[in-house]
Design a protein around this ligand. Structure first.
Ligand SMILES: Nc1nc2c(c(=O)[nH]1)N[C@H]1C(S)=C(S)[C@@H](COP(=O)(O)OP(=O)(O)OC[C@H]3O[C@@H](n4cnc5c(=O)[nH]c(N)nc54)[C@H](O)[C@@H]3O)O[C@H]1N2
Ligand SMILES: Nc1nc2c(c(=O)[nH]1)N[C@H]1C(S)=C(S)[C@@H](COP(=O)(O)OP(=O)(O)OC[C@H]3O[C@@H](n4cnc5c(=O)[nH]c(N)nc54)[C@H](O)[C@@H]3O)O[C@H]1N2
Ligand code: SF4
Ligand SMILES: [Mo]
Length: 738
């Protein structure tokens, strides 16, 4: 950079996590110099966290991938040849064509992680046009169960906490840790509290949220569905629900009332470990302090009870009159005049006979038939718009079934896997099985697009360098937000880094796929905003670079333009379905219940006395990302396992001791943190890898040494029976000093 290069300040959107904070970046030529929060951003109003502040360190990191590479030796040997993008794309397209010709398009699968930029999971568009139903990924254990449960119950997407100071009277944080996972939201919760709202937290750990609460419940991990049914029991038997709403707008109330009779507080106390008085008190507080908001975790309570918990919570919100009211849980839909991520994914392009081949749907039927039924019900309230529920949520391939299909070639061979923004060997459960699948000769082609070498990338045939969010334009319309925002890229992509979208556009061209494939991400964004008479540039450059839509409440009371009837809900009955028609039609229990989440064949309490929870968010890292960023790593140098004071005393463990955490599948080492107030039966371990170690086999950055996900369960028996979420946060373990 020359002395004279002028410094310009550019607006951008941090995409290190889904909070999407607005930031200002000082730039000289093609170099970002400094970053800070943007006080004029409509939502985050100047907030920036440690990871956002470290974004330039991330951009400049010497280990960032800058050139495509191709494997020379065996998978994991670490011998690579660099090649150009064109060479890599030509070769990949050639191999892909052969695979599709011999095995059909379903032999091509895709695994993508959580939000890391505006083109997240954009490969879905390619798969739909290729004819493959096998887009897997993390949604089934991230926000998926909540979105699905609310869609089944309300016919609407995921409800948004409408935190309104002076209006909202209670906030219930249920397995939610916003002080780390969404600090701007935590700020709003604290402001509400100052304005007089009550705060209730339900978490096995004594978090900051728990400490700030008027009431903290400390359930055993995995028992939340029982707790929610216990709340329903109290509220229904004491008549604390909203009679008018229940009578006018719900179906299945009597059946639900009969079901929750099986969950009196005394039984629920035994199942959850929460005292009877606290169960009753929390239920009464939630029902009587209206309007109240429930903000629940994306990734809690998975496995057999994923939908049970989310459905029970959806019923609670509805019967207490907190649904779609000011200060409650608000229903929001896609902006009316632009195309969203859902439209761009283009699910209708996937032929019905291919949808039926999706891996896992023989068992987890919501992901095929259920999705079609949801769509036909929901489109009525969505002005005929198709598939407003994201297909990667509602019609996803089941990742544990994908690994098994690769290994067993059943029900058919899977020959190619594309991975984007997803460190497979750390993200899923039982990742030793995922590892075997990625190493299997049955998998002829493994392509990983990444920013850094990871254990997953080490096993790839091609590793392609990914541009980060400073290097690509931003425009994000999840589909269920009431606003959207656009900004230009801050700096040109360094080296040969490219956006995730670019890979698919270039491959689509080579494969001669249908659909429109603009050559750049900006071009794709133009396509999305053109119905509003806008172009990406005009929106990104104007002083107010966002579109927002006025909040609407009580959508169900609106009058339909044709017929003059009230709109109702987007379910088959047009009402809030406490008893789900779609679950019943598919042969599942139509009412929420509680199932024992674990059975002794997956670890007996005698041999494995602790309940294992994994991976609550920490502010200095996003999942497995940021381990290599020095300023952040210094604050969290080692994998941390939280144990209770009681367990530490019994086992003679001190703060900072390395301890073994052992499940029936194997053991990992992490450093003990004595977590004051943690449920004494509970151990909370992390996912971890060591970017500073050797990447080649057998080390693979120490992925087997400290990554708890290597040894958790993903057996289909333990997954949600209808939706497929695996029990990634729940197992049994024993611990000892290492
Ligand atoms: N035990 C346990 N397991 C869990 C969880 C848990 O709490 N406990 N949480 C689950 C949840 S909710 C989620 S969402 C998943 C997350 O799991 P993943 O989606 O795998 O998340 P990350 O580890 O954040 O990111 C994966 C990789 O994306 C790369 N990356 C970052 N930005 C980009 C980009 O723009 N393009 C490309 N191509 N690559 C990029 C990073 O370098 C990183 O290696 O993990 C799940 N797994
Ligand atoms: N800093 C940071 N922010 C992030 C992310 C990140 O990795 N780092 N990831 C992003 C993503 S993809 C997601 S999905 C969200 C996740 O963020 P959140 O939805 O807030 O979820 P977590 O922090 O994973 O877990 C919340 C709490 O659940 C508790 N918990 C664990 N098991 C149980 C249980 O069985 N019952 C109950 N009631 N509580 C339980 C944990 O102790 C933890 O405090 O955060 C997003 N934001
Ligand atoms: S990483 Fe931090 S600054 Fe970036 S979007 Fe998430 S919360 Fe905001
Ligand atoms: Mo997530």
């Amino acid at each position: 950079m020359s002395e004279q290069t002028p410094i310009e300040t550019k607006r951008a959107t941090c995409s290190h996590c889904g909070v999407c904070c607005g930031v200002l970046v000082d730039v000289a030529g093609d170099r970002p110099l400094a970053i800070r929060g943007d006080p004029d951003h409509p939502i985050t109003k100047g907030f920036i966290c440690k990871r956002g502040l470290a974004a330039i360190e991330y951009f400049d990191h010497p280990d960032r991938l800058d050139r495509p590479r191709k494997r020379l030796g065996g998978r994991g040997e670490g011998r690579w040849a660099e090649l150009s993008w064109d060479e890599a794309l030509d070769e990949i397209a050639e191999r892909l064509r052969k695979i599709v010709d011999s095995n059909g398009p379903e032999a091509v699968a895709y695994a993508a992680g959580t939000f890391h930029g505006p083109d997240e999971q954009i490969g879905n568009r390619f798969l739909n046009h290729l004819g493959s139903p096998n887009s897997a990924g993390v949604w089934l254990i991230c926000g998926g169960p909540q979105v699905e449960a609310e869609a089944l119950t309300y016919g609407w997407g995921r409800s948004q906490p409408d935190l309104v100071p002076g209006t909202t009277r209670l906030v219930l944080l249920w397995g939610k840790h916003p002080s780390a996972s969404s600090p701007p939201t935590w700020g709003r919760v604290l402001a509400l509290k100052r304005a007089g709202a009550k705060l209730v937290t339900i978490d096995p750990r004594r978090t900051r949220e728990a400490e700030a609460s008027d009431l903290w419940l400390r359930p055993r991990p995995g028992s939340d569905a029982a707790l929610a049914l216990g709340f329903l029991h109290v509220i229904m038997s004491e008549g604390l629900y909203d009679r008018e709403f229940v009578e006018g707008w719900t179906v299945g109330f009597d059946e639900l009332a009969a079901r929750v009779k099986e969950y009196p507080p005394e039984s629920v106390a035994r199942l959850t470990g929460v005292p009877v008085d606290d169960i009753v008190k929390a239920a009464r507080m939630y029902a009587t302090n209206r309007p109240a908001v429930i903000s629940s975790s994306a990734p809690v309570g998975m496995g057999r009870n994923a939908l049970n918990w989310e459905r029970a919570m959806a019923c609670l919100i509805a019967i207490c009159g907190n649904l779609d009211v000011p200060g409650g849980n608000l229903l929001v839909g896609p902006p009316p005049d632009v195309l969203t991520k859902v439209d761009i994914d283009d699910y209708p392009a996937l032929p019905p006979e291919q949808r039926a081949k999706r891996l896992g749907v023989d068992r987890f039927r919501l992901h095929n038939e259920g999705y079609e039924r949801l769509n036909s019900a929901m489109r009525r309230v969505w002005s005929g718009r198709q598939y407003v529920l994201r297909a990667d949520v509602g019609a996803a391939a089941h990742a544990p079934s994908l690994w098994r299909a690769i290994l067993n070639e059943q029900p058919y061979p899977v020959r190619a896997l594309f991975v984007q923004h997803n460190n497979v060997l750390g993200a899923y459960s039982n990742t030793q099985l995922a590892y075997q699948a990625l190493k299997s000769p049955n998998l002829e082609l493994l392509v990983v697009q990444e920013q850094f070498m990871t254990a997953t990338a080490q096993l790839a045939d091609y590793v392609l360098p990914a541009a980060g969010w400073l290097e690509k334009p931003f425009m994000y319309i999840r589909g269920l937000n009431d606003w959207m925002l656009a900004n230009e890229q801050v700096v040109p992509a360094r080296g040969e880094r490219r956006s995730d979208y670019q890979l698919w556009a270039d491959l689509a061209l080579r494969m001669g796929l249908g659909g429109s494939w603009p050559t750049t991400l900006e071009g794709l964004f133009d396509m999305m905003v053109s119905p509003a008479g806008l172009s990406f540039d005009t929106l990104a450059q104007r002083p107010q670079n966002w579109l927002s839509y006025p909040k609407r409440y009580r959508h169900h009371e609106e009058i339909e333009p044709v017929g003059g009837k009230q709109l109702g809900f987007g379910t088959p009955t047009g009402k809030v379905e406490l008893r789900s028609t779609i679950l019943e039609e598919l042969g599942y229990d139509p009412l929420p219940a509680f199932e024992e989440p674990l059975t002794p064949e997956f670890g007996s309490p005698e041999e494995y006395p602790f309940l294992l929870s994994t991976g609550a968010t920490v502010i200095e890292m996003t999942h497995q990302d940021h381990r290599q960023i020095p300023s952040l790593r210094r604050q969290h140098p080692d994998p941390i396992v939280e144990i209770s004071q009681e367990a530490a005393a019994t086992l003679g463990i001190d703060i900072g001791d390395w301890i073994w955490i052992e499940t029936p599948r194997g053991r990992v080492r992490q450093r003990a943190k004595i977590s004051e107030g943690l449920h004494p039966e509970v151990v909370v371990a992390e996912r971890w890898w060591y970017p500073e170690r050797r990447g080649e086999e057998p080390e693979l950055y120490g992925i087997w040494e400290s990554n708890i996900n290597a040894y958790t369960e993903d057996d289909p028996e333990l997954c949600d029976p209808a939706y497929g979420s695996w029990p990634f946060r729940l197992g049994r373990c024993r611990i000892s000093k290492a």
